[in-house]
Write a protein that binds this ligand. Structure first.
Ligand code: NAD
Length: 260
């Protein structure tokens, strides 16, 4: 399915920045919080606040179970992820900003990805935080498989191998501060873009909702691909109400072939 307004927006842009939300990965089998079925019918995302994680060994153990279930499903990038790689290789995509923690953009081959909410592929020591929402670990980091190996050895709540502190996914949980340097990198990308392409985000909560506003202030165009109305459609030059993998690959192919 080719959406001509989207093709035109991509073809006339020289510095696209993509911003992806959970809807980018639903076609990879990773459900968003609202999808019927899937992991979020068995785990309540609201249970995994930062404070509860710190307070409860049971929440930590359930969190590793949930992560294990996610990785056992072995999600793969879908054609929408691949389309952004094509656009980057064509020299017209400056980077991807994502709310997703699944690592699928990098797995697809995207080179510059700013992960606003961190990554579920890594773990880190968060020490024994004294201030709510402020990780204060010793600096140890590892791959998520390390935690799974510990769980397999019978350790439900693995602790830091260096200092004995708590270990958590390198993700931003509810109640946790966003990393300032990551937000700065995202802001810089958007300010230097000439097209912000948002894909699969409801754009209802900040900081996601702020990126289209920032783009407009910076004089950049905004294109939105989402299968339902978003909170920022009124700011967009192009709104495509469809599933990402059904429209983005064809639009990128058409836009790159017309200039290539
Ligand atoms: P959201 O749930 O607020 O919005 C997702 C939007 O994508 C919805 O409007 C939905 O209708 C739409 N959508 C779903 N599938 C689509 C498709 N194939 N094509 C086009 N649109 C589609 O998601 P959000 O804005 O990313 O915020 C949710 C939060 O949940 C974020 O903080 C994110 O970190 C987290 N989350 C991440 C993942 C992941 O890493 N893949 C999965 C679930 C939740």
């Amino acid at each position: 399915m080719v959406d001509e307004s989207l093709v035109d927006a991509l073809r006339t842009a020289s510095r696209v920045v993509a911003f992806s939300g959970a809807g980018m990965s639903t076609e990879s089998g990773v459900p968003d919080f609202r999808s019927p079925g899937g992991i979020w019918t068995r785990y309540d995302p609201r249970e995994f606040t930062f404070d509860r994680y710190v307070d409860s060994a049971d929440v930590r153990a359930r969190s590793w179970q949930m992560r294990r279930e996610f990785f056992d499903a072995a999600p793969q990038p879908n054609p929408a992820h691949d389309a952004l790689v094509t656009l980057e290789r064509d020299g017209r995509l400056a980077g991807v900003i994502t709310q997703n923690i699944d690592g699928l953009h990098q797995q697809a081959g995207s080179q510059y990805v700013v992960e606003l909410h961190g990554t579920a592929r890594d773990v880190q020591c968060i020490g024994w935080p004294s201030r709510p929402g402020e990780p204060a670990g010793c600096g140890w980091q590892g791959k998520t498989e390390w935690a799974f190996d510990q769980v397999d050895l019978g350790v439900d709540d693995p602790t830091c191998p260096v200092c004995g502190g708590l270990v958590k996914s390198a993700t931003i949980s509810f109640g946790q501060m966003l990393d300032r340097s990551v937000m700065e990198a995202a802001t810089e990308l958007v300010e230097e873009s000439d097209l912000l392409l948002t894909v699969g985000s409801s754009l209802q909560v900040y900081p996601a909702a702020g990126l289209p506003e920032l783009a407009v202030q910076a004089g950049s165009r905004v294109a939105i691909i989402n299968d339902e109305p978003t909170g920022m459609d009124h700011l967009a030059d192009v709104v495509v109400r469809a599933r990402a993998a059904e429209v983005l690959p064809d639009a990128v192919a058409a836009a790159t072939s017309q200039t290539g």
